[in-house]
Design a protein around this ligand. Structure first.
Ligand code: NAD
Length: 298
């Protein structure tokens, strides 16, 4: 059988960012201000600093305003809640993102609950989780929304396809399963207590792996021709003489390539979609905030 096709998330994300940039310029022209995203970072976690920096740069590149709030690690809950309230009221801010994880003294659920759901561009507020659960329009978490975009682009209609989502986190697995259900796939959610995971995965026309275990899904778990979306981002220990280890996904890529119909690489698959969808969600929030109809095709 021929090798699997590569699903080029990087190219898809670039095209989405370009479309968002065009609409952001049109929005600024009509509304008299740029769409604005506020990003809040508490503490000095190095990975979070990289993510927040990347989000700020992506906003600027798309012609959006980015408001960065970097707070010390010992920030109190009252201080963070008061910042969120200011951002909720701020007319220049369309989207609010609080970078997770938060330091231990802060209750993540309470902080997310304080964000105005209409500015919750990460889609983590329970109002938005509820909207997704009952099929209403709302903000959907960026990573699973990016995955469903890639799947629809690759496969077109997903009706009746068997989909297995490995992982049940609120950020990826659960919303992913809901989006696939909404798209009329037959969905199984597998997780750490699933019995005989390889058997379950072998049923799937679509496999979405969101586990956080390097190369856990082996090639012989995959049904020939299946479409594989690898959400995992895992860094292996460095090889001798190297400073940093390789980045790998949750799927044993070289093995899966021999069996699957199509697969996302790591890096360059799902990863670039997350920020592109964040910009897209912020633009949608801006249109709604300004009382203007959102453009089609985003
Ligand atoms: P999480 O730790 O919150 O959830 C992991 C899930 O995997 C859990 O629901 C658990 O039940 C399941 N699991 C754990 N061990 C398992 C096993 N042996 N068999 C089957 N299921 C098992 O993680 P998350 O936030 O959902 O992220 C998952 C992965 O996706 C991580 O590697 C993370 O870095 C990556 N991620 C990537 C992006 C991106 O932008 N590409 C965004 C978010 C997360």
């Amino acid at each position: 059988m021929a090798e699997a096709a590569l699903i080029d998330g990087k190219a898809f994300a670039q095209a989405l960012r370009a479309r968002v940039g065009e609409y952001a310029a049109a929005f600024a022209h009509q509304a008299g201000r740029r769409p604005g995203l506020a990003v809040v970072l508490v503490g000095d976690d190095p990975a979070s600093q990289v993510y927040v920096g990347a989000k700020g740069k992506a906003c600027a590149a798309a012609g959006m305003a980015s408001f960065e709030h970097r707070l010390p690690a010992d920030t109190s809950e009252a201080a963070l809640l008061s910042l969120i309230e200011r951002l909720n009221q701020d007319e220049a801010v369309d989207g609010i993102l609080v970078q997770l994880p938060l330091p231990g003294q802060l209750d993540e659920q309470a902080i997310i609950a304080a964000i105005n759901p209409d500015k919750d561009v990460d889609g983590f507020h329970i109002i938005n989780a509820g909207r997704l659960a009952v099929g209403q329009t709302g903000f959907v978490p960026c990573t699973p929304l990016g995955c469903i975009m890639l799947l629809k682009d690759r496969l077109g209609d997903l009706s009746g396809l068997e989909a297995v989502v490995i992982g049940r986190s609120n950020i990826v697995g659960k919303p992913m399963a809901q989006l696939l259900t909404e798209a009329n796939a037959t969905v199984t959610i597998a997780h750490s207590r699933t019995r005989n995971l390889p058997e379950v995965v072998r049923r799937a026309d679509i496999v979405v792996a969101a586990v956080g275990r390097p190369e856990m899904v082996r090639g012989d778990w995959i049904k020939p021709g299946a479409t594989v979306i690898d959400v995992g981002i895992n860094r292996l220990p460095p090889e001798p003489g190297k400073d940093r280890g390789r980045l790998v996904g949750d799927v044993a890529f070289a093995e899966a390539l021999e069996v699957a119909g199509a697969i996302t690489p790591v890096p360059g698959g799902v990863g670039p979609m997350t920020i592109a969808v964040l910009l897209r969600n912020t633009l949608i929030a801006a249109y709604a905030h300004a009382g203007m109809p959102a453009p089609e095709g985003l």
